[in-house]
Design a protein around this ligand. Structure first.
Ligand SMILES: *Cc1c(COP(=O)(O)O)cnc(C)c1O
Length: 381
């Protein structure tokens, strides 16, 4: 579904603008909730809601019905607590060393991810009172109890006894690929460890966006999508059911005519093969438009696809608009870098990365405009 353009407003004078459709995020949440039911949906809003602005996205998800939130850092949890006084908030990165009291003070639940963290949480005196989650590693080797730590805990179960655990979780390494046998192996490992630790009656979670679309076996009690809420395709190689959330537009600063054989940009990496028209836009790698898109990216003037030519510079990029009608390729016209014809995933593929990195790198200079779920428009303040 295409994302509407905001009308005249503060973003009209901007050199480049980022339009975030909060209604699309809310719709994506409801779609996942419907498919996952009776499992609940906890939403990942870490890294400033994947670069889209937690201050706007968090409350919009809450309005849509989300009650469980995942951030990575303690600092993100504190910021979210101020926005959502009643939500359940988990901090995925666990107890930061020496910071146990801060979680309890803000009613944040760290996801304990090692024996050291378990011991630190208990030693801080929060074990029996303040709730926390527990992560068991099943194949990421990143966070979560290792197989050896699970063995140690099984042998010394008392170490867990005083804890007030409200969630036990693990994380899939190939959740976006249903054909990968690791998914079932990780699920079996997680089930086995939960059983050995006597935690089967505690709320459980395994699936992020990908796993949420992998079928009933992966849903457990709670799914934890992030990317799919923000419009990225949850499963690779399959049609994307999620509504697009982001539109990124930059204005044409100038259109220039150049002869055949002219070079374009730093390093002279592009040479025109015909008399050409080039459009220069106010966006560059300092805005998260990756330098790897040099001579590889595409943009849209209305429905017309045009290539990035030459190297992306810090504040500028250049398009070859020779084949676009002059009424679209004119000074002051908006160009879609991400839009109805070119999704975040499309741009990521051209940049040689994933949509997650495109979103979380979106620049601070863009005029941000939020299309609200309830129909009231408003620019970011
Ligand atoms: C980031 C993250 C999520 C959300 O992942 P998506 O792929 O964006 O849905 C869920 N769980 C954990 C542990 C994460 O780190």
């Amino acid at each position: 579904m295409p994302i509407a353009e905001p009308g005249a407003g503060p973003t009209e004078i901007a050199a480049a603008r980022l339009i975030v459709d909060l209604g699309a995020i809310a719709g994506n949440f409801r779609l996942i909730a419907k498919r996952a039911a009776p499992a609940a949906v906890g939403v990942a809003v870490k890294a400033d809601a994947y670069g889209l602005g937690m201050a706007r996205v968090g409350p919009a998800l809450h309005d849509a019905g989300a009650r469980v939130f995942f951030v990575a850092w303690l600092e993100e949890g504190i910021a979210l607590r101020h926005l959502l006084p009643e939500a359940e908030i988990f901090c995925l990165n666990g107890v930061a060393p020496g910071a146990a009291d801060a979680y309890a003070a803000h009613r944040l639940m760290p996801i304990l991810g090692s024996l050291e963290e378990i011991d630190e949480w208990r030693a801080a005196g929060h074990g029996g009172k303040a709730p926390a989650g527990l992560q068991i590693d099943s194949g990421m080797a990143r966070l979560g109890l290792s197989a050896e730590e699970v063995d140690q805990l099984v042998a010394d179960r008392q170490r867990l006894d005083g804890l007030n655990l409200t969630l036990v979780m693990s994380h899939l390494s190939c959740g976006d690929d249903p054909a990968d046998p690791l998914n079932l192996a990780q699920r079996a490992s997680f089930e086995r460890d939960r059983g050995r630790l006597g935690l089967v009656s505690i709320r459980s979670s395994l699936a992020a966006s990908g796993g949420s679309f992998q079928g009933l076996d992966f849903l457990l009690d709670l799914v934890r999508p992030g990317a799919a809420l923000y419009g990225l395709a949850p499963l690779m190689g399959q049609a994307n059911l999620m509504a697009q959330v982001v539109r990124l537009q930059a204005k044409i600063l100038q259109v220039r005519r150049v002869d055949r054989g002219m070079t374009v940009g730093y390093g002279a990496t592009h040479r025109t093969t015909r008399p050409s028209r080039l459009a220069t836009l106010s966006t560059g790698y300092a805005d998260g438009y990756f330098r790897s898109l040099s001579n590889r990216g595409h943009a849209y003037l209305g429905p017309v696809r045009v290539p990035v030519v030459g190297r992306v510079s810090m504040d500028l990029l250049t398009l070859d608009v020779t084949d676009a009608p002059p009424e679209l390729a004119r000074r002051g016209a908006w160009v879609d870098l991400i839009g109805p014809h070119h999704t975040v995933d499309d741009l990521a593929a051209e940049a040689g990365t994933i949509g997650y990195e495109i979103l979380t790198a979106l620049g601070a200079r863009y005029a941000r405009h939020y299309l609200p779920a309830d129909g009231k428009a408003g620019a970011a303040t």
